[in-house]
Design a protein around this ligand. Sequence first.
Ligand SMILES: *[C@@H]1O[C@H](CO)[C@@H](O)[C@H](O)[C@H]1NC(C)=O
Ligand SMILES: *[C@@H]1O[C@H](CO)[C@@H](O)[C@H](O)[C@H]1NC(C)=O
Ligand SMILES: *[C@@H]1O[C@H](CO)[C@@H](O)[C@H](O)[C@H]1NC(C)=O
Ligand SMILES: *[C@@H]1O[C@H](CO)[C@@H](O)[C@H](O)[C@H]1NC(C)=O
Ligand SMILES: *[C@@H]1O[C@H](CO)[C@@H](O)[C@H](O)[C@H]1NC(C)=O
Ligand SMILES: *[C@@H]1O[C@H](CO)[C@@H](O)[C@H](O)[C@H]1NC(C)=O
Length: 329
Amino acid sequence: APHPGAWRALLFLVPAGVPVRSGDATFPKAMDNVTVRQGESATLRCTVDDRVTRVAWLNRSTILYAGNDKWSIDNRVVILSNTNTQYSIRIHNVDVYDEGPYTCSVQTDNHPKTSRVHLIVQVPPQIINISSDITVNEGSSVTLMCLAFGRPEPTVTWRHLSGKGRGFVSEDEYLEISGITRDQSGEYECSAVNDVAAPDIRKVKVTVNYPPYISNAKNTGASVGQKGILRCEASAVPVAEFQWFKEEIRLANGLDGVRIENKGRMSTLTFFNVSEKDYGNYTCVATNKLGNTNASIILYGRYGRMSLCFVRMLCHAPALRLNLACRGM
Ligand SMILES: *[C@@H]1O[C@H](CO)[C@@H](O)[C@H](O)[C@H]1NC(C)=O
Ligand SMILES: *[C@@H]1O[C@H](CO)[C@@H](O)[C@H](O)[C@H]1NC(C)=O
Ligand SMILES: *[C@@H]1O[C@H](CO)[C@@H](O)[C@H](O)[C@H]1NC(C)=O
Ligand SMILES: *[C@@H]1O[C@H](CO)[C@@H](O)[C@H](O)[C@H]1NC(C)=O
Ligand SMILES: *[C@@H]1O[C@H](CO)[C@@H](O)[C@H](O)[C@H]1NC(C)=O
Ligand SMILES: *[C@@H]1O[C@H](CO)[C@@H](O)[C@H](O)[C@H]1NC(C)=O
């Protein structure tokens, strides 16, 4: 423990807050502000000369070292040098609460003088809380949150990565979307940026549900005895389920020589061997939990009859009678 006499001398040195200047004396001369990253070591140096009789380093108004005597109970604080030119201490494993003013206090020719240095602690940007992936219905309001920590305080931005509305959408920790549309679904990226280290980046997926919308349903031709395929395409989230009807009758997969296949947005109705009775008006119904819609698709006879008739016409034309293709007609 320090000698009681030292206490008195040091109390006398406890800084008045503002660096003291007197005459042309330039001591003590502390370095410029010290900037270190969290976890690193900070060295606080104070230049002195041989007129200096007492020296101390203080953290705010708390003495860390007085001469070679350690007053701080913090084992991260060590003395580096105490010579007649330099008086330095080091703080290991610096943390954010160490940030602040440190004072080098000296006594020269019975005059106390102080010099202040700011320890600045930098922390890389880090996202500490972010919204989870979310699923909403079209038209609802959504708020995404991205809270970040760092020193200096990071700038937080939101960007829409997928869909049509790409680009920056918010320069704030909160991203509010009111009346969300299907085009606003997809991935949103939050970046926390400061100049200490690489940005911290995380993504949130926003799924927007909407009822089915049939985007493709074309009337299709097929000839008797051939394969015929009707296609029905619907966009929907969640993905639509399909049903096929002919007039009021629901078609079942595998019955009457038809197969129904659903792959993502597309449903196909396949006739393996088209017959006359297959021609007609079919309805494709697309359903999800938000609603349903339907479209009519006609399966009509293609060149089957039409081309036969065309060939007969040609064969009956006198100029073509000798054509081998027309033999037997
Ligand atoms: C040192 O840091 C303090 C507090 O952040 C600031 O007010 C002062 O201007 C800085 N001085 C220098 C020389 O950068
Ligand atoms: C400096 O003072 C602050 C506030 O009292 C304290 O939290 C911190 O641990 C101190 N740091 C050192 C290195 O003494
Ligand atoms: C993140 O923020 C939410 C909403 O404010 C809160 O309920 C949750 O507890 C936070 N999570 C963490 C890990 O802090
Ligand atoms: C298609 O159906 C017709 C009439 O039922 C039949 O004569 C023909 O053999 C079938 N073709 C095939 C490839 O199954
Ligand atoms: C097919 O049926 C739908 C409804 O069942 C009807 O609205 C549509 O007009 C029909 N199409 C044709 C070409 O008959
Ligand atoms: C097709 O949609 C119309 C209009 O929404 C509806 O009246 C009809 O019942 C639907 N048909 C089927 C087979 O679902």
